[in-house]
Design a protein. Structure first.
Lengths: 450, 451
């Protein structure tokens, strides 16, 4: 390809990896890592990730795709595509790379990995996977998952995903990720054993929190808003782009008909014959040039799609914050009400409604001893509650801090990547124009010689 | 009849017959043979002083007009038409300039119709004045064409635009339709004016100069509708016989016409389709640019880049529009005219065959001794002349037509290629300048980081 698009150039990008990372990296690891200096997540070939921890550098590539048949969970025959993941370690001294691992994975395993990462790193904007089914398709392009062009683009997308994870300062240390690259068999079981599915927040809980939270950090609210806008505008852009591609295809291909008719016409023309014939040839060239042009544009569309899906990852982080904040608010509210109860019991005033109050009215006052007991229980609970609130507060603040660090990192990455994508789009257009000028200049010459 | 007289004069090989330069009436040959009065005309034409006087009149007008308009859209100045009529007769010998413009709608109790204004400027002696302005409707053009075909059955009469286009036409008073028709009618009259024989046709002159009532009364003089219909029926019957004895060169001609007709029809369809696809592309592009602007509203750091892309897309959009209009002016009308021409040609072949058939039937009659031998011999003599005339006229006109066709087609497609080149050059410049601005910015940012 003439135009160097970031993704295909990426296979040789080294990524940091600590072989014995912790599976439950959690927040503490995040805090530690981030202090070590800035990570540049460059998607272009210019920025390289340097690992300051002195460990081996590795290169990851998804080099092949293969159709397979096998039996699924319900023992039915199915066809799926498997992707070959190759990992190479780069020796410091001579820069030579040695193949250390190679295994096959299918799309569903990638999904499993990502879902795991989402649960264990809720403060990280987790890179998205390429789309499961082809969307924003213009008519000539196949929407079939088995179509070789789609498979090829998906291969590139999966490689991109792995590279993004590998070059993320925190995610790259994850053990499950390491095993994904190195342990073919049994990996699924290992992941499931972490019990991450149980740790996942229920959708219902999250939804509830989103509606009821009173005081979320404003930045997250803005971020949510931004990610909605991003998703909407990129979707719109991709839809229109697909329609434009469709129309452009039509314009080019109809010209191909000239080729055939000119050729037939040239048979009866003495003077004009040669000119017609050769002009017709150029019309054929013009018509067929659109295939490559639009193929390249699909890569551009894929780059935009990645950020379309990133919008959802951003929203996931916001949701987690809302959930934690809501949790905190509920805990604070609970503590406040207990304190109030305690106070009322101590002073004898009943301001708040309580079941105890009601039953007291119905069944008679309690004894001072009973009251003392209750106050003691409440005081214990209040103590506990205050501890919990403190730690929840701390947790919440840590989350916000770490999340926001990753979000800043993400923003820079996004700006770089999108700018590069837009520039590569311009490069594509330029190439298309140059081809057009050439073909039509040739055709014009033929016409003027008729 | 005068028309016939002229035809027989023309056939005494005064029409340049084929070969290169068959186009140019350089030596004034075609003019000379036509009629007594035109010998004088020839002198007029070569008289430079008179030409200059007339040219002065024209250039006064020209200075008021836009000399840059190469397009047949507003050929208000006769001088500007010189550019267009490149391969017809040489410009400096042109003495008849016609424009068709200013369509107007007329409503009567019975019908509504459109008339077109026809302005004629000429230096020819046989015209009473040097300038004429009349209004004609489509029916009048039809009449003229019919008369020309009648008088010159084996000359290639230029085609008229269609009566009406059924497919996709809702309203025959639609602006686009009227404009397309106007341009085609303009072409029609100018082609006649440039034809070495047709230009001196009497009906043509009357068409250009007569007032409405004069034209009406003149029209009524010709053979009636019924007799013309009768001719048609005989014609169909006899043309079949004419095919049998058709000389080789006309077989070749017919073969060419058949294939040409097929191909030009296909090209017409393809070209119309390209126009449609380009228009659809343009419609989608219009929406594409603004989305980037919308996006830039939510991206602080990408505003320049996004707006840059949006502006490039919009500029390319405009360039597409220009390409479309170029196509519809340079290519589509030319190709379509030749579609109509191919129909005309088939009619000409038929008429030639008919004339031959008349001769053949008389010869047959003589062979089988049906009827008065002397009378038949005399008739055959006349018919032989007639056939020879018709064949020569057609041969000469055919060569002229082919040359014109080649030039017109070459011109039209060269223009189309030029439009496309220009379109891509414009788009290239737009995107390249965007790219430069982006990489300049990028370099600027880099050096800032290093500081």
């Amino acid at each position: 390809m003439e135009q160097a698009l970031p993704d295909p150039e990426r296979p040789l990008k080294p990524a940091a990896l600590e072989p014995l990372g912790r599976s439950d990296a959690g927040l503490e690891a995040g805090v530690g890592e981030e202090a070590e200096g800035s990570r540049e997540e460059g998607s272009g070939t210019d920025t390289m990730t340097e690992n300051n921890f002195g460990l081996k550098k590795i290169e990851i590539s998804v080099s092949e795709a293969e159709k397979r048949t096998g039996r699924n969970a319900m023992n039915m025959q199915e066809t799926y595509t498997a992707y070959l993941i190759e990992t190479r370690s780069v020796e410091h001294a001579d820069g030579q790379s040695v193949l250390t691992d190679s295994l096959w994975r299918r799309y569903s395993e990638f999904e499993l990995l990502r879902n795991y990462l989402l649960v264990y790193y809720p403060h990280i904007v987790v890179p998205p996977l390429p789309e499961k089914r082809a969307e924003f398709v213009w008519h000539k392009l196949s929407a079939d998952n088995m179509d070789p062009d789609f498979v090829e683009r998906r291969r590139i997308g999966l490689e991109n995903f792995l590279l993004r994870v590998a070059s993320h300062p925190i995610l790259c240390r994850d053990k499950i990720f390491y095993l994904f690259l190195t342990q073919e068999g049994n990996w699924k079981e290992t992941v499931n054993e972490t019990g991450f599915q149980l740790k996942a927040d229920s959708r219902l809980k999250a939804l509830n929190a989103t509606f009821r939270v009173k005081n979320p950090d404003k930045r997250f609210t803005e971020l949510k808003h931004y990610s909605d806008e991003l998703q909407s505008v990129i979707s719109h852009l991709l839809r229109v782009r697909a329609r434009v591609a469709d129309r452009l295809y039509g314009v080019y291909k109809v010209h191909g008909n000239y080729g055939r008719v000119f050729s037939e016409w040239s048979a009866i023309e003495k003077e004009m014959g040669d000119g017609l014939q050769s002009a017709g040839h150029h019309m054929d060239v013009y018509a067929s040039s659109i295939d490559d042009i639009l193929e390249d544009e699909e890569h551009y569309a894929d780059q935009l799609k990645e950020y379309l899906f990133y919008a959802e990852a951003l929203r996931a982080v916001c949701r987690k914050h809302e959930l934690m904040q809501y949790d905190l608010e509920m805990a604070a509210q609970d503590l406040a009400s207990k304190k109030q109860q305690c106070e009322e019991l101590a002073t004898g005033t009943v301001r708040t409604f309580s079941l105890k109050g009601m039953t007291t009215k119905l069944f008679g006052q309690e004894t001072p001893e009973q009251r003392e007991a209750r106050i003691k229980v409440l005081e214990e609970q209040i103590n506990e509650g205050e501890q919990q609130l403190k730690s929840k507060n701390l947790e919440g603040r840590e989350f916000v801090k770490n999340a926001w660090t990753d979000i800043e990192r993400f923003k820079e990455q996004k700006n770089r990547d999108l700018k590069e994508a837009l520039i590569s789009y311009a490069v594509m257009q330029i190439s298309m124009c140059k081809k057009g000028i050439q073909v039509w200049t040739n055709a014009k010459e033929c016409f003027s010689k008729m | 009849m005068e028309g016939e007289h002229r035809a027989s004069q023309a056939c005494s090989s005064q029409l340049p017959s084929g070969g290169a330069g068959g186009e140019s009436p350089g030596g004034g040959a075609p003019f000379a043979g036509s009629s007594g009065s035109s010998t004088l005309l020839q002198a007029d034409v070569l008289d430079l002083d008179e030409d200059e006087d007339d040219l002065e009149v024209f250039s006064k007008d020209a200075s008021l007009m836009d000399m840059n308009s190469f397009s047949p859209m507003m050929p208000t100045s006769p001088l500007s038409m010189i550019n267009q009529i490149k391969f017809e007769d040489e410009a400096d010998l042109k003495d008849l300039f016609i424009t068709v413009d200013a369509p107007e709608s007329h409503v009567t109790t019975i019908e509504t119709f459109i008339t077109y204004r026809i302005i004629t400027k000429t230096s020819r002696g046989e015209f009473d004045s040097s300038e004429f302005e009349v209004r004609r409707r489509y029916q009048d053009f039809l009449w003229l064409k019919g008369k020309l075909e009648e008088v010159h059955p084996t000359l290639i009469i230029p085609p008229l635009p269609e009566k009406f286009i059924v497919k996709g036409m809702v309203d025959r008073f639609n602006d686009d339709f009227i404009e397309t028709r106007r341009k085609a009618l303009h072409k029609f009259l100018n082609r006649i004016a440039d034809h070495p024989t047709l230009t001196f046709n009497e009906d043509f002159k009357i068409f250009l100069t007569a007032q409405a009532w004069e034209l009406s009364s003149h029209k009524k003089q010709g053979p009636g509708l019924l007799s013309r219909m009768g001719q048609t029926v005989r014609a169909v019957a006899s043309s079949m016989r004419g095919v049998k004895n058709r000389p080789d060169e006309f077989m070749e001609m017919n073969n060419f016409i058949e294939i040409f007709s097929q191909k030009i029809n296909l090209i017409d369809k393809i070209s119309q389709r390209i126009y449609k696809e380009e228009r659809d592309y343009f419609d989608e592009m219009k929406e594409y640019g603004p989305i980037h602007i919308l996006w830039s509203d939510s991206e602080e750091d990408l505003v320049d880049t996004l707006r840059g892309v949006a502006s490039c897309i919009d500029k390319c959009c405009k360039a597409t529009e220009k390409r479309m209009s170029g196509l519809s002016e340079a290519l589509l009308p030319v190709v379509h005219e030749y579609v109509l021409y191919s129909e005309m040609l088939m009619g000409v072949m038929k008429r030639r065959d008919q004339i031959q058939a008349e001769l053949d039937s008389k010869v047959e009659a003589l062979t089988y001794k049906k009827g008065d031998t002397d009378l038949l011999t005399e008739e055959i003599g006349k018919l032989e002349d007639k056939v020879e005339c018709a064949n020569n006229a057609l041969k000469a006109d055919w060569e002229r037509w082919k040359l014109n066709m080649q030039n017109d087609i070459k011109s039209a497609f060269t223009d189309m290629a030029e439009e496309n080149i220009h379109y891509y050059e414009q788009c290239l410049a737009t995107w390249e300048s965007f790219l430069t601005s982006q990489t300049d910015l990028h370099l600027g940012e880099d050096s800032e980081d290093k500081l």
